[in-house]
Design a protein around this ligand. Structure first.
Ligand SMILES: NC(=O)c1ccc[n+]([C@@H]2O[C@H](COP(=O)([O-])OP(=O)(O)OC[C@H]3O[C@@H](n4cnc5c(N)ncnc54)[C@H](O)[C@@H]3O)[C@@H](O)[C@H]2O)c1
Length: 254
């Protein structure tokens, strides 16, 4: 198990399925977490559950000042920043390309691309002060292959891979590693939303169609994604930067 003693990791989307499981995994490994999300009640509940190993605040990742405040909280409470999990994301509206409005595109890009861009920008000075660190961005299998009826989401997750590769190249000499976690369908809220939007009241049939294309025959779990994120944020992946890490049950193998 990776050792996060004396390490501080900031996490966006920290109260959602993958974010919360990753925060739990880092706390279990002895680390401290700085939780950012829109959901203030969940942040308070998790901060009190994890005691001195956690702090958090309401963060809207589309706002530069909120990203800045998250990093400032890491420095004021724990005195350092070792890693950043840029994980907040939204699925957007499911629908054909020609039905996706300007507002649909702007909202998905604001959260899924502007969010990580602003988060990475805010964290750079703190990571440099630490002497380096690890940045993990949550892309998706939708970041490496297309899918119907999710054009804003798929396009944003591809763009995130471009941001990751560019920052890995720029920040490698500073000792900052940058990678993406690319989950396949995960058994959580986001897939329930995509299933129900795709076929209201017949979400189970949509799920069965997804599962039939996954070699392991099931969705992956929040915890399986968290294990990869934890590895990428830890020193155990010290030689790893600039790449995409699938946790997809083999979805992209075909
Ligand atoms: N669930 C899947 O099947 C799946 C597959 C591939 C990739 N992903 C990606 O994984 C990441 C985490 O999603 P999840 O599966 O845990 O779903 P989730 O909906 O449980 O978690 C997303 C979290 O992001 C937060 N969030 C949304 N907009 C925000 C904003 N503007 N500012 C701050 N926080 C905001 C939400 O409140 C939520 O807690 C996302 O980037 C998602 O695109 C999910």
């Amino acid at each position: 198990m990776p050792d996060f003693s004396n390490k501080v990791i900031a996490i966006t989307g920290a109260t959602g399925g993958i974010g919360q499981a990753t925060a739990q995994s880092i706390v279990d490994a002895g680390g401290s977490v700085v939780l950012g999300d829109l959901d203030s009640e969940a942040i308070d509940a998790l901060s009190s559950r994890w005691g001195e190993q956690a702090t958090g605040r309401v963060v809207d990742v589309t706002k530069a000042e909120d990203n800045q405040a998250l990093i400032e909280q890491a420095l004021s409470v724990f005195g350092r920043l070792d890693g950043l999990f840029l994980n907040a994301g939204i699925e957007g509206r499911v629908g054909a390309f020609e039905t996706q409005t300007e507002a649909d595109w702007q909202r998905v890009f604001a959260v899924n691309i502007e969010g990580p861009r602003l988060g990475a920008l805010a964290a750079l000075p703190a990571l440099q002060r630490t002497g380096g660190g690890s940045v993990v961005m949550t892309s998706s299998v939708a970041g490496v292959r297309g899918a119907p009826n999710l054009t804003p989401y798929v396009t944003s997750k591809h763009a995130l891979v471009g941001l990751m590769r560019s920052l890995a190249a720029e920040w490698g000499p500073k000792g900052i590693r940058v990678n993406t976690l690319n989950p396949g369908p995960v058994d959580n809220r986001m897939m329930r939303s995509i299933e129900e939007q795709s076929s209201p009241e017949h979400g189970n049939e949509v799920k069965a169609a997804f599962v039939s294309r996954i070699p392991l025959g099931r969705y992956v779990s929040n915890e399986e994604c968290a294990q990869m994120a934890t590895f990428l944020l830890s020193d155990e992946s010290a030689g790893v930067t600039g790449n995409t890490y699938m946790v997809d049950g083999g979805y992209c193998s075909g």
